[in-house]
Each structure stands twice: as C-alpha cells, then as structure tokens.
Design a binder for this molecule. Structure first.
Ligand code: FE2
Length: 207
C-alpha cells in the first residue's frame, strides 16, 4: 500500500491525521504534488503558495494569516485529498476541499481564509474597481466558473464576515503570488509556525 493511498484514506475518513501528523502531511503534499502546474500560471503550486505566505510575511501579517496564505490552495491537490468528483471542476471545489482537511486542526480564521478565498475574489471584483484589471488571465477564466463578481446582496453578506480583513489579505497575497522565479523560504521554514498554530488550537482529544 502506498503512502499516497494511506493519506487519502486518512483524509477521507479522518481517523489517522492528528495534531502531530497534520503538518508533516501538508509537507508531504507540497513535496509530492507541489511541482504540478498551477492552472496556467508561470509558477508551480508549491511556488505559488510559498510566495503567498512570503507576501503575507512581508506586509507584517499575523502568523495565522501567513499560515492561511501558505495552505490556501491545498484543496487543488484533489487526487491526494480524495475529494475529486467528475462532476466538479477544481475551481468550484478546491477551497472547500482544503478547508475540510484543515478545520480539525487550524483555528477558524485560518479555515475561513481558505474556505473563502474564492468568494473573496468575487467580492473584490464587485467592490474594488482596480481589482479585476490586475487578475491574471487564468484567474479571470476561473472567475467565470466560480460565479463571476458578487451581486449587491452577496457583497453585503460577505462584508459582515468576522474574518473579512484576514480573508481579503490572503486573497491579495494569493493574487500577487504568481511571479516566475521569485525566491521564497521553503515549506520546512514555515513548518514550526504551522505547528505552533495547530498546537495552540487543537484540543486535548486531538493530541
Ligand atoms: Fe492561490
């Protein structure tokens, strides 16, 4: 039985991932899947997420926001996460797949930033006149699959989200994380930060 299969089973049934295993599991995802193309962008998936974390750090964001930026797209690793359905597109589901894996271990702010990062694009397209013009062609394409800009009622509801500022920060770090060849720290450099957040959040039943 391969490790990949083990981890798929673990995520689908969630009996194996623990407070000690979630960060190594994420490291293994970066290692195994991170070299894959990021949907038409000039960076790999791992480069993209590391750049997003680096962008958050550079602007002095809290550790939880840095962590959220780092893991915001883990749901794109749908094969490893076992969530892929032939009736889904990656762009429609990856934010949910990622949040479902993370929510047992990470605090609500981190999970919200992951779960809402697609909605945040739709929100910013509706509320920031300059935002749409800065999106990459691939992001514009996926925007259409994701429902396009929010309508007024959707904007009002989203603006009331308790973690709105963090969600928007991660989204902007995400959008700016598509620079070919930009140097970043490695995943391993962020692992202690992730583990601190998990340890501070996880209850004793997840030890
Ligand atoms: Fe992203």
């Amino acid at each position: 039985m391969s490790n990949a299969h083990d981890e798929t089973v673990a995520v689908q049934g969630s009996p194996v991932l623990t407070r000690e295993r979630i960060v190594p599991f994420l490291a293994a995802l970066f290692e195994r899947e991170g070299g894959s193309e990021y949907l038409g962008e000039p960076v790999t998936m791992a480069e993209h997420m590391l750049q997003a974390a680096c962008n958050a750090q550079r602007q002095g964001a809290d550790d939880a926001v840095v962590a959220a930026a780092l893991v915001h797209d883990v749901g794109h690793f749908t094969g490893a996460l076992g969530r892929f359905s032939m009736t889904d597109t990656m762009d429609r589901r990856h934010e949910v797949s990622g949040a479902e894996v993370l929510e047992r271990f990470f605090p609500p702010l981190v999970v919200a930033c992951v779960r809402e990062h697609v909605a945040a694009k739709r929100y910013l397209c509706a509320t920031d006149p300059d935002y749409f013009s800065r999106l990459s062609p691939a992001s514009v394409h996926s925007l259409n699959l994701q429902g396009g800009p929010m309508n007024a009622a959707e904007v009002d509801a989203f603006a009331a989200h308790p973690h709105l500022d963090a969600i928007v920060t991660v989204r902007r770090c995400d959008d700016d994380a598509k620079v070919a060849g930009a140097p970043t720290p490695a995943f391993a450099d962020y692992a202690p930060l992730l583990q601190r957040i998990v340890d501070a959040n996880a209850g004793p039943d997840q030890a």
